[in-house]
Design a protein around this ligand. Sequence first.
Ligand code: ADP
Ligand code: MG
Length: 678
Amino acid sequence: MSAAPPNRPIPPLARPVTTLYGVGTERAAQLGRLEIRTVEDLLLHRPRRYEDRRQFRPIAQLRLGEPATTRGRVVALGVKWYRKHTKSIFELVLDDGSALLYCHWWNLPFMEKYFAVGQEVIVFGKPVRLKPRTMDHPETEVLEDGEEDFVHFNRLTPIYPLTEGLPQRWLRSLVWRTLGQFEGRIPEPWPPLRPALDAASLPTHARAIRLLHFPDTEPDTALARRRLALDEFIALQQRIRLRRRSFQTKAHALPCRGDNRLIKPFLAQLGFKLTRAQTNVLRELRQNMCGVYPMRRLLQGDVGSGKTVVAACCALMALESGYHVALMAPTEVLAEQHFENFTRWLKPLGVAVQLQTGSRKTAETPRRKATSGLQPPASSLQSVPTLTIGTHALIEAGFAPENLGLVIIDEQHKFGVIQREQLVRKGRYPHLLVMTATPIPRTLGLTLYGDLDVSVIDELPPGRGRIQTFVRAADKLPQVWAFLRDKLSEGRQAYVVYPRVEDAGPGGLKAVTKEFDSLQQTLAPFGVGLLHGRLRSREKEAVMAAFRARQVQALLATSLIEVGVDVPNATIMLIENAEHFGLAQLHQLRGRIGRGAHDSYCILVAAAKNREARTRLRVLEETTDGFRIAEADLRLRGPGELLGQQQSGMPRFRFGDLVEDLDLIRQARDLAAQLPGG
Ligand code: ADP
Ligand code: MG
């Protein structure tokens, strides 16, 4: 029998809000909708904005279209109904002695019961007319007699996110009282960091919370946010360090020193020399794989920088050392392509390569050469070291390789952190190499991939043609088709990309399946292939094979071909409805071309009406620098879009901002390293 847990008192900040004076079950439920459950949640409830109530603008001085705070006494109010009592306007008229202000709310007739003639009301809004002075749907706060005016007035007043039924003033008073009650008991989360934080002129955690709600000056609000964001980032960096260390204590490292007997002939038959960047990265990887701890490394390199060859060398090191290697790719098309390449490269060396996808499982038996035959490691005398290539099917139960020494994940950004770890767990702390061409803005790199070491291939192989990019409105399509036909008659090939498989209906996305017929007519006599996610994998393979063999000159595809596909003779990429893609994704798509010696052309076609979208797309005309593009995308669309839905590993921040806070994230990383055990 185990002893009953000791009755520890709940730390003050962890107490439920119901323990606060004035919070009953109804209020607690409302707060719960704002995810405020504990005292701490309440204290960290971030104001949406601040209102300068040290001065009010007289109603007579309101300016058209300019948001302002003003106040006045209610002189009239009422609801007008129209359209047979189905529509309504609630009108509130305020007078401050300088002029009248008309406030209107549409179809919220119940608002009437919140106000009464004679009340003093504070209003924040934007005048939509000056004759008479009118605001539509302004924010209001009714002054009530005997209230703590010093909380709500003569200060930069916090305006909180609310939920239905929860009054702004009530919440503000609650925060005020709670802060007064608990301020002395808000602990400093990282006592050892006090000197460093003081040196950085940052307020204490407790002080930051006070300034968050009741700042003395405008700059206080920014200072408070920075300190609280820093605390979030430090907590995150601590978790990352912990995860890292949990791998570093596993000194199970499988020594993959290799003996070059496979790598040497592999490089000799490759037909090109590795670039300086590839060689450097390979040296880093080799060091890592010989080390005491399992390798945990992210290999970043722009599209076309030649990550696959580096991965192959890595795989050979492990295979030479007698270990099994798994390579996971996000799509069947890409897995097939890798399978084809690796089979071509490695089969002559006597390496077994097999493929495992949702729809296919093959075994390529090695043509064993007496000279380069692989020695199975002592612990598994029966099995020949094998390279297994596959999709997420590898994560499933059926795949249980003996002696897994290395896991490679291609196009990591298409998988989540969890899937990555699931595959790694198929072995006993195997080495891990994840590869991505999505340039990760540094803020995300330091948070999401903070537990990985990073290698970068920062150079493209020589002899690549230029890629020119053009943004065109859809009404220019006839010229675009003419250009495309020209290039096809010169012997080049083209990708034509649509965003979806099926017609999205009256919304009007063009559908690949429907467009196929008309594209065939437009491009006749050139042959057109069709590739989309709903095809069976046999069909996909056949289409890709025909395209590679130049039996068809154009490939109509969904964004399926976004990752990895490598056909050097394809030099045109035409993307329709380009406005539906993120910039980083378009950059990936564009990476399918410019892989041979011929000049390449990427044409982004966007709706004629959508000028804004075309402006956004111009970033791609201006640069092929994947990092700049990713930063722009992060700014324009936020981290969620950039990383895709699968990215389950990213925490949510109350105060931290992944777009703006690179300096804080770096600071947090350095500070976390100073913590005990850090
Ligand atoms: P990515 O980094 O986008 O995965 P790949 O590995 O698919 O790029 O490589 C793109 C193309 O460049 C492939 O056809 C590959 O064979 C070729 N390649 C890779 N390294 C070199 C090199 N050092 N010199 C010439 N071509 C190379
Ligand atoms: Mg690739």
